[in-house]
Design a binder for this molecule. Structure first.
Ligand SMILES: Cc1ncc(COP(=O)(O)O)c(C=O)c1O
Length: 391
């Protein structure tokens, strides 16, 4: 293919058509694939032939999705999983062993926090949380056992941003594997591998699907690391279903236009919220008031679709605000066509202690808005009436 634009190249990658030559590729809804003879079967298992064998580890729909994501992220290789958390766990488990240590940004998705603090210690994998705001402190947390750095940028739910160029250089200097959860930005906004990340990881459930239909996860990056993750997943089984891969792959074709619209609407929402006297700490990467505005401008093409802010009045007001919404949906997801509002303190991050929540800026009044694809004016009108009615 001679086209150079990643979106064009991604759209034009396609799994094989059936003899009917359908335009949208078929869903290869099958557990296994047939061999012509014993020799072909032997050669496939010996990796001498590149062809699907068994859908736990090879399926044309899953391969199409992975190939498309690799082009969009500028990655050598990738592997797709049943959910975002399966991708996070497979990455940690495949690349770290007993005794190893992970350096993680403090502000991470609630289940990732639980994985680091409750699950991995049972396998003798330890962690330190580091502050994205205090980069000078990072070197002091690196030990001879540190293997990997894990960050989200922007973070969920606080919408903090870390300087990826700084982080890439830091990882190189200390010989650490850098893994970036690129879920909030997606590759059309930010390509962490260009800044030195070894792996870029996604909950495909979010913007990659974009319509709140299916779960999925994907990790892309250096071939030799992906080989380890592939081996781990092949033998432990967190496979992405071919149907989900088919949907996710079709959704990638519209990712760029969707992210532009999400980002434009979220910026308008953030600007509106900054005008309100009963709201503080509005966080959106491309608001000049964001503490990492200059960094965000350097590494992000648009700001993404998520805005965080704090309503005055704590938990009671936060929940009253959610109850007063008329259009936006209350649901445990983000990155949908429909705008979604959540209250992290009482939901996704409720398993943390209050002290842990406050350390990453999750105040009792923190609200997260995922701006959907409705008209920005309608999203703002709903937020405005709910703020007014919940006072
Ligand atoms: C930043 C981030 N990473 C990982 C995940 C986990 O993804 P999943 O729900 O697909 O397992 C989420 C889910 O909200 C997330 O927001």
């Amino acid at each position: 293919m001679t086209e150079t634009d990643p979106q064009t190249r991604s759209i034009r990658i396609q799994a094989d058509r059936s003899p009917h030559k359908e335009h949208a590729v078929p869903v290869y809804l099958t557990s296994s694939f047939v061999f012509d003879d014993a020799e072909e079967m032997r050669a496939a298992f010996a990796d001498e032939l590149e062809r699907p064998i068994y859908s736990r580890f090879t399926n044309p729909n899953v391969s199409e999705l992975v190939d498309r994501m690799c082009v969009m992220e500028g990655a050598e290789a990738g592997h797709a999983t049943a959910s975002g958390m399966a991708a996070v766990f497979a990455t940690f488990a495949a690349l770290c062993g007993a005794g190893d240590h992970i350096l993680s940004g403090r502000d991470v998705f609630g289940a990732t926090h639980t994985l680091l603090t409750k699950v991995l210690p049972r396998f003798h994998i330890s962690h330190s949380f580091v502050d994205l705001e205090d980069l000078d402190s990072w070197a002091g947390h690196v030990t001879s056992k540190t293997k990997l750095i894990y960050v989200e940028t922007p973070t969920n739910p606080g919408v903090d941003v870390i300087d990826l160029a700084w982080l890439g250089a830091f990882a190189r200097e200390h010989g650490l594997i850098l893994v970036v959860d690129n879920c909030f930005a997606t590759p059309v906004i930010q390509r962490p591998i260009e800044f030195g990340a070894h792996l870029s990881l996604h909950s495909a459930t979010k913007y990659i699907d974009g319509q709140g239909r299916v779960l999925g996860g994907i990790v892309v990056g250096e071939q030799k690391l992906i080989d380890e993750i592939y081996t781990f997943c092949r033998s432990t089984g967190p496979a992405l279903s071919s149907f989900n891969a088919w949907l996710l792959s079709r959704s990638l074709e519209t990712l760029e236009v969707r992210m532009q619209r999400h980002s434009e609407s979220a910026l308008e929402v953030a600007r509106f919220l900054e005008t309100r006297g009963d709201v503080s700490g509005v966080r959106f990467p491309l608001l000049p008031s964001h503490p990492r505005y200059e960094v965000a401008r350097k590494q992000m093409r648009w700001g993404g679709g998520i805005v965080a802010f704090t309503v005055t009045g704590g938990t009671r007001r936060g929940q009253a605000f959610l109850d007063a919404l008329r259009m936006c949906t209350l649901t445990a997801n983000l990155g949908d066509t429909r705008s979604i509002v959540t209250h992290p303190d009482s939901t996704t991050h409720a398993k943390m202690t209050e002290e842990e929540r406050l350390a990453i800026g999750i105040t009792p009044g923190l609200v997260r808005v995922s701006a959907g694809l409705e008209a920005a004016a309608d999203i703002i009108a709903d937020l405005e009436q709910a703020l007014d009615r919940s006072r």
